[in-house]
Structures are given as structure tokens and as C-alpha cells.
Design a binder for this molecule. Structure first.
Ligand code: KG4
Ligand code: ZN
Length: 334
């Protein structure tokens, strides 16, 4: 088969990104325009502001990406686009750009689920080996997904309430860290000691997760300390929280390894950037002597590279969309 160059476009939250990837594994060029500094003042992503900035940035990001790759639209074989899930207004900007390019240059349009993108960020490290267990940990998702071949996803467990990234961000806010709190909390966790007692959530027989109880426990703890006029020890609280949050993931991963005889694990999503989780997952893999892949930091949070990589395998799976493709704020990975 001839080489395939896929242009991936991602705009589901606060990053406008375009990337060109060769054959699903080789990054040619990527441009990411982040809005973190804009949303920082509000303590979180403001959807309407995010959409407006996507409008402002999308053409520039696409032009810059092609320029960086030293390619023209004519050299691109297909366009992969995040159709969902995410913020609807943000998604629509990327989608309209992708549809327009697909129409003008007569290129196939490939719909990519955002989480499939996070999963396939790993194929930029090395080709996926099956069967595998994908540990999806992001701002909107916490799931265990089994894959027996490319583009066949079987969810075996998920969060019953908050996603782990969402929980990190809320706890970070309680501790007084600036948005986005997850990475800052991770950094602080390396400086403290595990002195606060927090409950490890949902130690049951399922592959599910729950983070709202843990979040409430931290909020209550902070309020109680405040009422007693004593100050929380931020670093210690960060360490204690991180330990429990990570353990709640690894305990279910261990269960899956033991019961389902998993041999390959990949970690996917923004929280895959978490140092505590990376180390704990590597330790689990070492203990059970199984293969593990964790994307480098640059592929963990939202980017067009992972969408282009996923788009290649979606293309091989026969997935195509026409100009009727619409964005979806929520959608199951399938
Ligand atoms: O995957 P992502 O970019 O967005 C979604 O698809 O949801 O993930 C963003 C989430 C945010 O909640 C952010 O705080 C969290 O990932 N995150 C981290 C770290 N880096 C990003 N959480 C904990 N530790 C980190 N180092
Ligand atoms: Zn994401």
C-alpha cells in the first residue's frame, strides 16, 4: 500500500490543533494553539470564549501545519476530524474546517472519537499490540477498554460519576492551585508526605471507578481545617490525594490483568501525563511482566497528532463521513 498522509484536526476543548501523520505512526508536523492563558482567569474553560478563539485560530493553525510539513493540501490523502465528544461550539469549528477542506480538495473525511485519538496517541510510540487493555484517564473520561484488534473497542468499566482529570482539577482548586490544576497538583504531590487519610473509592468487584466521594472528602477536609482556623498542608494533601487517586486506577487495572490475562497495556488521555500514575502503571507492568506503553508528555493532552494517527486506522477500518457529519457533545466509543 502506498504511504498515507492524514491531516488530523482537533478542537474539542481549548486546544486548536492540526497535524500530519504518515501511516498512523509517524508524526510529520504538528501545530497546537492552546488557550490555557485565556481561561486561567476564569478557573476553567469558558465554552463560548473557547469557540471564538477556535474561529480565530483554526485557519492559521492549518496553514502553519502544512507549511511546517512543507506540504500542500493536494499531498494529503485524507482528513481526520474529532467529531466528539467535547464542547459543542468548539467541536463545530474544527468540523466545519475539516468538511470545507474535504469538499474543496475532494479528500475523504474520517470521523474520529476523541478517546480513540487518545488511545492511538500510543501508536506514535510503537504499533499497538493486541489484545490490549487501554486505561483511559482524561478530563472527561475514566475507562478501561479492551481491544482485540484495531478499532474494535469494548468498554469493561468506567466512572460512575466524575472523571479522574475533573477530580484533579477540582481538588487543585480547593488547594488553591491555578487552572489547569491537574499538572500543578501532580508537581506538588512530589513535595509532600502522605499524612491525610482519604478513602480509596469503590473497592468492589466491578471494573468501575468513582471519584466524587474522594473529591468531597478533600473539600470537607479543607473546610473543617478552615473552621478550626488551621491551615491545610497543601503539599501533604496533594500527596495523599494523588496516592489514593492513582491507587483507585491501579487496583482495577490489577484486577483486569489477573482476571482477563492481559499482556499489553496502554495508558491514554491527559492524566497519562501524571508522574505518579505513570510510575505506578510501570510498576504494575513490571510486577506482572507485561508490556506497557505510555505516550510521551506531548501526546498525552489534546492534539491533532493523535487524531491523525487514529484516523489512519479508522480509514483502514472503512470509516468515512460525508458532509452531513455533525459534532456530538457526547458519544460512546465504538
Ligand atoms: O485528555 P485531556 O487533554 O482532555 C480531555 O480529553 O478531557 O485531559 C485534560 C485533563 C485535565 O483535567 C488536566 O488537569 C489533566 O488532564 N492533567 C493532569 C496532568 N496533566 C493533565 N492531571 C493530573 N496530573 C497531570 N500531570
Ligand atoms: Zn482529551
Amino acid at each position: 500500500m502506498k504511504d498515507m498522509y492524514i491531516l488530523g484536526i482537533e478542537s474539542s476543548c481549548d486546544e486548536t490543533s492540526a497535524s500530519i501523520v504518515k501511516n498512523g505512526t509517524e508524526e510529520i508536523a504538528t501545530v497546537i494553539s492552546s488557550q490555557i492563558d485565556i481561561h486561567k482567569d476564569y478557573g476553567g474553560v469558558v465554552p463560548e470564549i473557547a469557540s471564538r478563539h477556535h474561529v480565530k485560530n483554526i485557519t492559521m493553525v492549518l496553514e502553519e501545519c502544512l507549511e511546517k510539513a512543507n506540504m500542500k493540501m493536494e499531498d494529503i490523502d485524507a482528513i481526520a476530524i474529532t467529531y466528539g465528544p467535547g464542547l459543542i461550539g468548539s467541536l463545530l469549528i474544527g468540523l466545519e474546517a475539516a468538511k470545507t477542506l474535504s469538499f474543496i480538495y475532494n479528500k475523504p473525511l474520517i470521523p474520529v472519537h476523541h478517546i480513540a485519538g487518545h488511545i492511538y496517541a500510543n501508536s506514535l510510540v510503537k504499533p499497538l499490540e493486541f489484545p490490549l487493555l487501554a486505561v483511559v484517564v482524561s478530563g472527561g473520561h475514566t475507562e478501561l477498554v479492551e481491544m482485540v484488534e484495531h478499532y474494535k473497542f469494548k468498554k469493561i468499566g468506567g466512572t460512575l460519576d466524575d472523571a479522574i482529570g475533573e477530580c484533579y482539577d477540582k481538588v487543585a482548586r480547593v488547594i488553591g492551585l491555578e487552572y489547569p490544576g491537574g499538572p500543578k497538583l501532580d508537581k506538588l504531590a512530589a513535595e509532600g508526605e502522605d499524612t491525610y487519610k482519604l478513602p480509596v473509592p469503590l473497592q468492589d468487584d466491578s471494573y468501575n471507578f468513582s471519584f466524587s466521594g474522594l473529591k468531597s472528602a478533600v473539600i470537607n477536609l479543607a473546610h473543617n481545617e478552615e473552621q478550626r482556623d488551621s491551615k491545610i498542608r497543601e503539599a501533604d494533601l496533594a500527596t495523599s490525594f494523588q496516592k489514593v487517586a492513582v491507587e483507585s486506577i491501579t487496583s482495577k487495572v490489577r484486577k483486569a490483568i489477573e482476571e482477563k490475562h492481559i499482556k499489553n497495556i496502554i495508558v491514554a488521555g491527559g492524566v497519562a501525563a501524571n508522574k505518579g500514575l505513570r510510575k505506578a502503571m510501570e510498576d504494575v507492568a513490571e510486577e506482572y511482566k507485561i508490556n506497557i506503553t505510555i505516550p510521551p508528555m506531548k501526546y498525552c493532552t489534546d492534539n491533532g497528532t493523535m487524531i491523525a494517527a487514529a484516523g489512519y486506522y479508522a480509514y483502514l477500518d472503512g470509516r468515512r463521513a460525508d458532509l452531513n457529519l455533525n459534532s456530538k457533545s457526547q458519544d460512546t466509543l465504538k
